[in-house]
Write a protein that binds this ligand. Structure first.
Ligand code: C2E
Ligand code: MG
Ligand code: MG
Ligand code: MG
Length: 285
């Protein structure tokens, strides 16, 4: 009896495993086709300098223009790409599109921006990353200091010595190194001081409730003060209101990014995005 039940359970388990692996296989095939057919596009979210009241940068955020499903967001395909290893091809495509866009902006005479690109840990550990970036700098004739890479704390902590070496090579190309979602991993500013970090992105979970949560205010203010002592600039993500923006300014936060300034927008729309922005512009939008 026990043996029979065991066997049945095994069969059920096996079926669901099989279905799961077929699903995964199909998703991988779909993503491979997307890369082949060039269905990935970048949207750009402006980054705002809080003392200059100017757009000085943007974050490139990948989307999949799916032929049936419409616009598909990265949370539903980046994890899969990381598991399958396709993140290297996808990531290189994102890097190339970013350089391509900067060259296009320059050709149009649009104001210069520092364009931030998200990097997965597999990419940071890819021995081809630095040579690939060097080749992009050459091909598009865009110096590294127009590019930033956003890396999460968890990515850094997997192999901190190797990460340090790669970051230093990127740094020597002029590339800005940013720590994404800062505060959600478990690194400390003490660990960061040994890495060539230029920018901390305070995670939006500390920003959304800034007006009501005294602890969040204290944490954000302390992160900014300590980062500045280490010569690291700070950007707040997820800025959704004028009150948050004012508070961040009061804490001497350098930059802000979030829906209050602009959602991530398609290229054509970002081309027309004004460089200088007044509070009235933001409140009217
Ligand atoms: P992230 O790098 O932390 O990007 C910020 C996410 O927050 C974006 O979601 C953005 O649309 C959203 N966001 C921006 N402002 C606000 C705001 O004011 N309020 C709220 N509630 N959300 C805001 P998105 O575009 O869906 O991207 C999700 C994540 O996917 C990114 O998180 C990043 O980790 C990853 N990702 C996006 N593009 C790439 C890429 O090219 N390569 C890799 N490896 N990962 C990427
Ligand atoms: Mg990011
Ligand atoms: Mg982030
Ligand atoms: Mg975040």
């Amino acid at each position: 009896e026990a043996k029979r039940r065991g066997k049945n359970q095994y069969v059920i388990f096996d079926d669901s495993m099989h279905k799961q692996s077929v699903d995964t296989h199909n998703e991988e095939m779909a993503l491979a086709r997307a890369l082949e057919r060039d269905e990935l596009v970048l949207h750009f979210q402006p980054q705002f300098d809080l003392s200059l009241n100017k757009i000085v940068g943007a974050e490139a955020l990948v989307r999949w223009k799916h032929p049936d499903k419409g616009l598909v967001y990265p949370d539903s395909f980046i994890p899969l790409a990381e598991q399958s290893g396709q993140i290297l091809a996808l990531g290189n495509r994102v890097i190339e599109k970013s350089f391509e866009y900067l060259a296009y902006r320059e050709a149009l005479g649009l104001y210069p921006i520092l364009l931030h690109i998200n990097l997965s840990s597999l990419q940071l550990n890819d021995p081809n990353l630095v040579p690939f970036v060097k080749s992009m700098v050459q091909t598009y004739n865009i110096p590294g200091h127009y590019i930033g890479f956003e890396i999460t704390e968890t990515t850094l902590l997997t192999d901190i010595n190797h990460a340090k070496e790669t970051l230093e090579e990127l740094k020597s190309l002029g590339i800005c190194i940013a720590i994404d979602d800062f505060g959600t991993g478990f690194s400390s500013l003490g660990q960061l001081k040994n890495l060539p970090v230029d920018l901390l992105k305070i995670d939006r979970s500390f920003v959304w409730d800034l007006e009501r949560d005294k602890d969040d205010r204290m944490i954000v203010e302390a992160i900014i003060a300590m980062a500045h002592k280490l010569d690291i600039m700070v950007i707040a993500e997820g800025v959704e209101s004028n009150a948050q923006l004012n508070m961040l300014r009061e804490f001497h936060c350098d930059l802000g990014q979030g829906y209050f300034i602009s959602r991530p927008i398609p290229q054509e729309q970002f081309n027309d995005f004004p460089e200088s922005i007044t509070l009235n512009d933001l409140l009217d939008a």
